[in-house]
Design a protein around this ligand. Structure first.
Ligand SMILES: NC(=O)c1ccc[n+]([C@@H]2O[C@H](COP(=O)([O-])OP(=O)(O)OC[C@H]3O[C@@H](n4cnc5c(N)ncnc54)[C@H](O)[C@@H]3O)[C@@H](O)[C@H]2O)c1
Length: 459
């Protein structure tokens, strides 16, 4: 069984089933008690810190994939393309998806992986195998924490899709379990490995921006068609969250890179967040325009405000702005902005203004700073696959750290910190934008320098 931790999660399997039934009966889920309470004080440690702890070296990194839907299936060939990686097992509640994934592995010339599709708890059997070093979790959000906890308890390192957890309790449980089991829990935040983000990070660390003051990140992505598709998301899980919670439901793509610019958990820390949401209008309007009368979606009430805007203050007084909107027409953007005392970078499209090079309110060309590309982009990138190649770079680097026995770039403290705005923004919105404290998942070690995404090239 996945364990009892998920009971505190309003979107646990049981609740989600109840939720769907309630939504189907026209009740919605807005009345659910969320358990998204205010941040708790630092909890007593149950093990030693995992900060800077190296992987044991692996000649081959043997991967078990849990969830081979859209994301898992698209990451599978990238895992296979990374030198020294084997996929030994795949799991999904859909046997078709598992068979397709296994075929993709054999078609690429690799041995057939073990297959698990005997129900929603069969992932536990994959995790009990002794030929899996690393579990990759690409399932709906409500499964991320239970699967990651089980992976660590079964002796596996785990990489989780975004976000790592959806409540503060879940995030503490991930930290406690990583420390106790000595297994890493990694938020697989691919945007941290995007070329622009890595170049800006190098420039920050080389001092080009001066003192870093402000950063902005976002997930602004028109998902309306996919959210209402009957076939894209398994069981249409992603739209269900919009019927239950009002906050930033996908914070890590925007926050991960900005947290690296600000050395969060490596000198600074996130202290408090305040969040506001607009009215929830976009999904209802889309339904009006596209869904026939009598469609089950007409029983749903969307409570997630279309845009959620959050401001986060750091211990050093810096400010991070986060935005989330997947319900309105607009071009894709993660904002990706950084202001320092020497100038500013803004993405979408990329432009830069740094004294003394730029003046007269005229943006400069970011391409002229290509020399600052991270070594991963100079020597490995862009690689195969989507998202501009950042997915491959992330997996390449993950496998490199595991093969060489280095610490991971992203540890459980980063995973918890970057995911926390999910729960904390819901709480702040619920309390009329009251500031909500961030837990210090590092338990006071946030000033400790240790490896991060701006990795030096291994010798
Ligand atoms: N990092 C990125 O750029 C990125 C991009 C897309 C999606 N994602 C994330 O990936 C995750 C999956 O998203 P998706 O778009 O692939 O959704 P999806 O619905 O296409 O895939 C989820 C898969 O999980 C399977 N599943 C559900 N419960 C399961 C269980 N108990 N055991 C085994 N399998 C189970 C489903 O059958 C489905 O195949 C989400 O967390 C999403 O946020 C990340």
């Amino acid at each position: 069984m996945a364990g009892d931790e998920s009971r505190s999660n309003p979107f646990s399997r049981r609740t989600l089933l109840r939720t769907s039934a309630a939504a189907g009966a026209g009740l919605g889920v807005a009345g659910l008690s969320t358990g998204y309470g205010a941040a708790q004080p630092v909890r007593p440690a149950k093990g030693e810190s995992m900060m800077g702890v190296a992987f044991e070296a692996h000649e081959t990194v043997r991967v078990g994939i849990i969830g081979v839907g859209n994301r898992g299936a698209s990451m599978l060939p990238l895992f296979l393309a990374v030198p020294g990686v084997a996929i030994t097992a795949v799991c999904d509640v859909s046997a078709d998806a598992v068979n397709r994934a296994a075929r993709a592995v054999t078609d690429a010339g690799h041995p057939e992986p073990a297959k698990y599709s005997a129900g929603e708890d069969d992932f536990e059997n994959l995790l009990r195998r002794d030929d899996v070093d690393f579990a990759y979790v690409a399932t709906p959000w409500e499964w991320h924490t239970p699967m990651a906890l089980s992976a660590m308890r079964n002796g596996k390192h785990v990489g989780v899709e975004c976000p790592a957890g959806t409540t503060v309790d879940e995030l503490w449980e991930l930290v406690d379990t990583s420390e106790k089991t000595r297994r890493h829990c990694i938020q697989l935040e691919n945007c941290s490995y995007s070329q622009n983000e890595m170049r800006v990070l190098r420039m920050v660390h080389d001092g080009l921006f001066g003192q870093v003051l402000f950063g902005a990140g976002a997930y602004l992505h028109d998902l309306r068609e996919l959210l209402f598709s009957k076939t894209y998301y398994a069981g249409q899980w992603r739209r269900a969250w919009h019927t239950g919670l009002n906050g930033d439901l996908y914070p890590t793509h925007g926050l991960g890179p900005v947290a690296a610019y600000m050395d969060i958990n490596r000198g600074d820390r996130l202290v408090r967040i305040t969040s506001m949401s607009t009215p929830a209008a976009g999904l209802a309007q889309y339904r009006e325009q596209h869904m026939p009368a009598g469609d089950p979606t007409w029983n749903e009430r969307y409570v997630k405000g279309d845009a959620t805007i959050s401001l986060i203050q750091t211990e050093a007084g810096r400010v991070v702005q986060l935005a989330h909107d997947v319900s309105n027409p607009r071009p894709y953007s993660r904002l990706n902005q950084l202001q320092g005392t020497n100038g500013v970078f803004e993405d979408y499209p990329a432009r830069i203004y740094l004294e003394p090079t730029h003046s007269n309110d005229e943006w400069g060309d970011f391409a002229e700073f290509a020399d600052y590309d991270h070594w991963l982009w100079k020597e490995v990138g862009p690689g195969p696959g989507g998202h501009g190649g950042m997915d491959y770079i992330m997996l390449y680097r993950l496998a490199q750290t595991m093969r060489l026995g280095l610490p991971p770039d992203i540890d459980v403290y980063d995973s918890a910190t970057w995911s926390a705005p999910f729960a904390l923004s819901v709480e702040s919105v619920r309390r009329n934008s009251a500031p909500v404290d961030f837990p210090d998942f590092t338990r006071g070690r946030w000033q400790t320098p240790h490896p991060g995404v701006d990795s030096p090239k291994p010798a």
